[in-house]
Design a protein around this ligand. Structure first.
Ligand code: FPP
Length: 250
């Protein structure tokens, strides 16, 4: 493990990592257990990912905890996920404070049960001055819903003459997304072997490197994160330029 960390160039770490935490259900099924057992055993992986990102100096980590589509899951599973969210936020608060973790959320938070909203807003408020890393939970989040929401809000401002149509640019759109206070995603990791984006941060991942691993989320540990980072560092991010331009730092 220490070898793995030594292989990481700390001057070239991703500033923003986004993770699709997939495979909890299959992990539980593989053990002959109910799906909820997988979600309950996902918290160690969450801690390892956040600690690992923090260790290498990453400033933003965003976790896809509950999608707009997840509301269609059986009520029992939705309720269990909400309870898990509430209990783990409460339980982790002292560690968030100790480790300088600022908690943030993106998504249509008003759709969450009111007790979940309350706990979430309290943790966000209590951790707002922490500066080591920003941990964003995507909750009731869908990228298309986010874009629709942004368009509605921009349109209202156009009607009210607060924004001139000709002035609408990428920056204005960015400022109306749930992620207005987050930088673009540099690295997106998805576990469990699925190779899809699944309506996650579509705008923000325009230039992200994508990394897929077969590991099921409850088994995800720092070493898996570090392997993803090493893979990321071996890629050349060109942002539409040529290799020669990148080499010359143009
Ligand atoms: C995907 O696995 C996981 C989810 C839909 C929920 C993610 C939730 C957690 C990791 C729980 C902890 C998070 C918080 C914020 C407390 P899946 O159920 O789709 O697995 P499958 O594809 O194997 O069925």
């Amino acid at each position: 493990m220490s070898n793995l960390v030594n292989s990481i160039n700390l001057n070239k770490t991703p500033n923003h990592i986004a993770i699709i935490m997939d495979g909890n259900g299959r992990w539980a099924k593989g053990k002959g257990m109910q799906r909820v057992f997988g979600h309950r055993n996902a918290l160690t992986a969450v801690r390892e990912a956040v600690d690992g990102a923090s260790d290498i100096g990453t400033k933003y980590i965003t976790l896809y905890a509950f999608s707009t589509e997840n509301w269609n899951r059986p009520k029992l599973e939705v309720d269990a996920l909400m309870s898990l969210l509430i209990s783990s936020l409460k339980k982790e608060l002292p560690d968030f404070q100790k480790n300088g973790i600022r908690v943030n959320s993106i998504g249509n938070i008003e759709q969450l049960p009111s007790n979940a909203q309350k706990v979430l807003l309290n943790v966000i408020n209590q951790t707002k001055h922490n500066t080591t890393i920003t941990l964003t939970f995507a909750l009731s989040y869908g990228a298309r819903e986010e874009i629709v929401n942004a368009i509605k809000n921009i349109s209202k401002k156009v009607v009210n003459k607060e924004i001139d149509i000709e002035k609408i640019d990428e920056k204005i759109i960015n400022n109306h997304l749930y992620t207005f206070n987050l930088p673009d995603v540099d690295l997106m990791i998805r576990t469990s072997g699925e190779q899809r984006i699944s309506n996650f941060l579509l705008w923000q991942m325009a230039y992200a490197e994508l990394y897929f691993t077969e590991v099921l989320w409850p088994d995800f540990r720092k070493e898996h994160l570090f392997n993803a980072i090493i893979d990321y560092q071996n890629r050349e991010r060109r942002f539409g330029k040529t290799s020669e331009q990148i080499d010359k730092n143009e």
